[in-house]
Design a protein around this ligand. Structure first.
Ligand SMILES: Nc1ncnc2c1ncn2[C@@H]1O[C@H](COP(=O)(O)OP(=O)(O)O)[C@@H](O)[C@H]1O
Ligand SMILES: N[C@@H](CC(=O)OP(=O)(O)O)C(=O)O
Length: 474
């Protein structure tokens, strides 16, 4: 029986004191306490402050530094990170000595990072050095602060409560290593026996390939999956604030959602496309290839087996999840398009250049519409480029939302028909709707204000309390 590798997301990390009594220690004895390697994310909100807000795009230290000419907005942003870190660890640590040690750690890392950024700015005031060439390293340096802090705090709290916890800092702080992700992980884990000590590993890992460059936000799951694959874990477990459920419990109510017992990587991919990130798609791939089973559980209910994710098809057709996100519909209409090739490729090229994520798309004789996960600001740049390329075209973008009904197998369930009906019965309108022949998701385009009520209405009709609605319509 070997060990498991277990990841804790930011939302749950902010309740570390509760986790201590459930997930970490609870009523475990020495036999069940160990054999688990934990990979931790930064406390909720910290990475947003360090880089930029994941959902709203609001600038954090990184974004402010990137735009800084002479203005020093990033200094205050760094102060805000420091205050938020201290607040986060004060809320979960229960011994003054630990609080003091954690505060010292924050002070040292934040001021270290600040000095590094100041030096870099000074250096780049000389013509030979370009700040732009170092932005990626800066992004990496900053994001690593969040996980180093949360891992350090976790180690303190566990040691204080008698656990033989050991901090494994992969953030590369003040080290000169030019190592790959695998080398970094292997070197750090050498000599550690997870059966007699509890490794607390930072979700951020500094490496030559650049974790942020390759995977961007949600990177802690990449570290987690590599660690599980490299150490030959028996199982990889992601702990969440809630059970992976039929809809966001915060939206439709905890009492109304149903827990997913099992699903597959296909569904997980659809979820991450919808911004839900049940698991980072690259992490899923690593685990799938290494044949490490993946489980998603509720961090606060350690006795519950949660959701098993594998490669298997469903036993029977069923709706599993209803979710949604805000999107921008970018429409390019040109009468000359009929019968002419190349429009699609040109639009894709512009979207790729501006790093805009496509959620879905639809087209007809003379119109191509992309549903995009992006900001209006990025949209303006895209529109400008497209207008230059197609001066005759009518290009419009519109803020909308996309609700999606997802399951391993939706065949025979008439999701499209029943979904449209449910939306209409609740006095709302679907501006668009689509479903592919593969039958794993059905999408409904709606007004942004309608997204939440639409998700509720869809959840009601497909999950609701009528258990038979889950089954194939007879
Ligand atoms: N289908 C779903 N099942 C469970 N949680 C969901 C679902 N959809 C959205 N969420 C939301 O995801 C939030 C964050 O979940 P979690 O994975 O624990 O956070 P993190 O991204 O910090 O790891 C929860 O607070 C919950 O509101
Ligand atoms: N905190 C980092 C890394 C991460 O993966 O976090 P979470 O597990 O909370 O999504 C981020 O937001 O990108």
């Amino acid at each position: 029986m070997t060990h498991t590798v277990e990841k804790i997301g930011g939302t749950s990390m902010s309740r570390l004191d509760a986790l201590r009594d459930t997930l970490f220690i609870g009523d475990r004895d020495d036999d069940t306490l160990y054999g688990r390697i934990f990979v931790v994310s930064a406390f909720g909100g910290i990475t947003n402050l360090l880089l930029e807000h994941k959902k709203t795009g609001e600038a954090g230290v990184y974004a402010l530094f990137a735009n800084a000419d002479s203005d020093h907005g990033w200094h205050e942003a760094l102060d805000r990170v420091s205050a938020a870190m201290i607040q986060a660890h004060d809320a979960v640590l229960d011994h003054d000595a630990d609080r003091e040690q954690a505060a010292q750690f924050v002070q040292e890392r934040i001021e270290g990072a600040r000095n590094c950024l100041i030096d870099l700015q000074r250096l780049c005031s000389y013509g030979h050095f370009r700040l732009a060439e170092h932005m990626l390293q800066i992004r990496e340096l900053l994001s690593g602060l969040g996980e180093a802090h949360s891992a350090m705090t976790t180690t303190l709290i566990l040691q204080r409560h008698g656990v033989n916890a050991r901090l494994v800092d992969l953030s590369g702080w003040r080290d000169d290593g030019d190592v790959t992700l695998d080398e970094r992980i292997n070197a750090a884990m050498e000599g550690i026996d997870p059966m007699t000590e509890m490794p607390i590993v930072t979700g951020y890992a500094q490496c030559a390939e650049g974790l942020m460059r390759e995977y961007d936000r949600g990177y802690s799951e990449v570290t987690f999956s590599r660690l599980a694959a490299l150490t030959g874990a028996r199982e990889a477990i992601i702990h969440k604030e809630f059970h992976l459920s039929s809809a966001d419990p915060n939206l439709v109510g905890q009492e109304n959602v149903r827990k997913l017992g099992r699903t597959n990587y296909d569904v997980a991919d659809q979820l991450s496309n919808m911004g839900m990130e049940a698991i980072h798609p690259k992490a899923a791939k690593t685990l799938r290839q290494a044949e490490v089973p993946l489980r998603v559980t509720n961090a606060f209910e350690p006795g519950d087996p949660g959701t098993l994710i594998d490669d298997q098809p469903a036993d029977a057709a069923a709706v599993e999840i209803v979710t949604g996100l805000d999107i921008i519909a970018l429409e390019l209409f040109e009468q000359d398009m009929v019968g002419v090739k190349g429009y699609d490729a040109a639009i894709l090229d512009v979207l790729t250049r501006h790093d805009v994520r496509i959620v879905s798309k639809v087209s007809n004789a003379n119109t191509i519409t992309h549903y995009l996960d992006t900001s209006l600001k990025a949209m303006r740049r895209v529109e400008k480029d497209l207008a230059a390329r197609y001066p005759q075209a009518l290009i419009t973008s519109r803020k909308l939302a996309l609700a999606s009904v997802i399951g391993r197998d939706l065949s025979g369930l008439s999701v499209l028909t029943r979904g449209l009906q449910a939306i209409a019965e609740n006095s709302m309108e679907a501006i668009g709707a689509s479903q592919g022949p593969r039958n794993v998701d059905t999408q409904f385009i709606v007004e942004r204000d309608d997204l939440k009520p639409v998700i509720k209405a869809l959840h009601d009709v497909f999950i609701g309390d009528g258990k038979q609605s889950l089954r194939r319509a007879a």
